[in-house]
Design a protein around this ligand. Structure first.
Ligand code: NDP
Length: 250
């Protein structure tokens, strides 16, 4: 095995119609690239960063439509689903990837900050799923991007962990609700992902985080994207209501 981090492309996704929220950068971008490489047609969204959206369009060309839509604005989501309907006619895969981070100890965690994180990570994902539901075909797959920190908890992350734990619970319930139509709903729970290698993290923290993993490295966005495309594809046709940790064994 030359490179264990370059698994084969997920088979069975050629021609799949995919919506990924927040695909202009980071993990979402890796997910869009992997679906496009597998032959899927992708619609993805962003909120403000037009430059990143332009770069992704340049990178993926006609296999990817990059649209502006804020998941916290229901009017944006209605307009988005209308465009998705026009462009794709239906959805085989929905990936709820949008999420914002937050750090605030309890004494500093005011309602505005709580709402900012919950409105985006949990209510936003719910609103996207509800708006997309009429487009989801029988046998479709929904993948929500949670976070493995939910299992352990972390000081200053009460709002972030609450939002991702909520998302995980929402996914399990929807898996039961939609299973009759063979629609599967799963959660991918990343650990620490290096979305911009070397940027942002002080060296001491970087060392500590790296050492906390069993594999001795942080995740690459593609480590997460591989698991998303696996769960979306036919190889995972009996996997639903599951949470898959992609955290290097933290
Ligand atoms: P990034 O911050 O790198 O990218 C977020 C993406 O979401 C961008 O495309 C951004 O667009 C878009 N976005 C943000 N807010 C909104 C909104 N309100 N409406 C529409 N789009 C929005 O995120 P990551 O790649 O780091 O994370 C992706 C997911 O993975 C998140 O759910 C995150 O919680 C989860 N995760 C990440 C980890 C990590 O270590 N990075 C660890 C565990 C989980 P724009 O730039 O235009 O705002």
């Amino acid at each position: 095995m030359s490179d264990v981090r370059q698994p084969v492309l997920e088979p069975g996704l050629a021609g799949a119609r995919v919506l990924v929220t927040g695909g202009s950068r980071g993990i979402g971008r890796a997910i869009c690239r992997r679906f496009a490489a597998a032959g899927a047609t992708v619609v993805t969204t962003y909120r403000v960063d037009d430059d990143a959206a332009r770069r992704l369009r340049g990178e993926l060309g006609e296999s990817c439509h990059v649209l502006r839509a804020d998941v916290t604005r229901r009017a944006d989501l209605d307009a988005l689903m209308e465009r998705v309907g026009d462009l794709l006619g239906g959805l085989d895969v929905l990936v709820n990837n949008v999420g914002v981070d937050g750090h605030a100890p309890l004494a500093a965690l005011d309602t505005d900050e709580w709402d900012r994180v919950l409105d985006t990570n949990l209510t936003g994902a719910f609103d996207v799923t509800r708006a997309a539901a009429p487009l989801l075909v029988d046998g479709a797959s929904v993948v929500n991007i949670g976070a493995s920190v939910v299992i352990r908890g972390l000081p200053g992350k009460a709002h972030y962990c609450a939002s991702k734990a909520g998302l995980t619970g929402m996914g399990r319930s929807l898996a039961k609700e939609l299973g009759g139509r063979a629609i599967r709903v799963n959660t991918v729970a990343p650990g620490v992902v290096e979305t911009e290698p070397g940027a942002g993290l002080p060296p001491v923290l970087y060392e500590r985080l790296t050492a906390s993993t069993a594999l001795g490295r942080l995740a690459d966005p593609d480590d997460v994207a591989c698991v998303v495309t696996y769960l979306a594809g036919p190889a995972a046709s009996y996997v639903t209501g599951a949470t898959v940790r992609v955290d290097g064994g933290i």
